[in-house]
Ligand binder design. Structure first.
Ligand SMILES: [Zn+2]
Length: 118
C-alpha cells in the first residue's frame, strides 16, 4: 500500500467517525496535503550538528593560528611577483620567501606551505 493510500484510509475513517463525509476529490486533496506536510516536516526537522570539545578546540587553535599570520615582507602579501618577459608578455613568479602563501612563515613551515598551501 502506498503512503498516500494509507493516509487516505486513515483520514476517511477519522472523518466518518466525526460524521463528516467528503467527496472522493476532496478526500484525495486532503490526503495529498497531509502527505506533503509530513514530508516537508521530515525534511526541515533535522537535529542540530553536535561538535565535540576536542574538535572545537582544534578548530579554535587553527583559527588563532591563521589570525596571527603576518603578511610576507618580500611580496607584501601578494604571494608572487609579476615578471615582464619581453615588451608585451608577463608572468607571475611565486614568492620564494613565503612559498606563494603571502604570509610570513617560520623557517620550518616553508616546505609545508609549498606542499599544502596552509
Ligand atoms: Zn612572499
Amino acid at each position: 500500500m502506498k503512503k498516500l493510500d494509507h493516509v487516505k484510509d486513515i483520514l476517511q475513517e477519522t472523518l466518518e467517525d466525526l460524521g463528516i463525509f467528503l467527496s472522493e476529490d476532496s478526500l484525495n486533496t486532503l490526503a495529498d496535503n497531509a502527505v506533503l506536510a509530513a514530508e516537508s516536516f521530515d525534511a526541515h526537522s533535522t537535529a542540530p550538528v553536535a561538535y565535540n570539545d576536542t574538535e572545537l578546540r582544534e578548530l579554535k587553535g587553527k583559527v588563532e593560528q591563521l589570525e596571527e599570520r603576518k603578511p610576507c615582507r618580500r611580496c607584501a602579501g601578494a604571494g608572487g611577483y609579476r615578471v615582464n618577459v619581453g615588451n608585451s608578455h608577463s608572468s607571475v613568479q611565486e614568492c620564494f620567501e613565503c612559498g606563494g602563501t603571502g604570509y610570513a612563515l617560520e623557517y620550518s613551515n616553508r616546505f609545508t606551505a609549498r606542499l599544502g598551501r596552509i
